[in-house]
Design a protein around this ligand. Structure first.
Ligand SMILES: [Zn+2]
Length: 63
């Protein structure tokens, strides 16, 4: 028996959802991120500034 033309189920869910590394909350794809979605790590500009700060401090703290 051969299966033909069966709809493939692929995990597309995670493709358009990420977890903000600043506030740790999931956020969804937005039009404004159309071109840079791969680089988006924060859910908002606010988190972006906060997150960057934290990461800098973490780096400096590294004993
Ligand atoms: Zn956030």
């Amino acid at each position: 028996m051969k299966r033909r033309g069966t709809a493939r189920k692929e995990p597309v869910i995670n493709l358009r959802q990420k977890v903000c590394i600043a506030c740790d909350r999931p956020f969804s794809w937005r039009k404004k991120w159309k071109r840079c979605w791969a680089e988006v790590k924060f859910c908002s500009k606010r988190c972006q500034s906060v997150g960057r700060r934290q990461f800098r401090q973490d780096n400096n703290n590294g004993k």
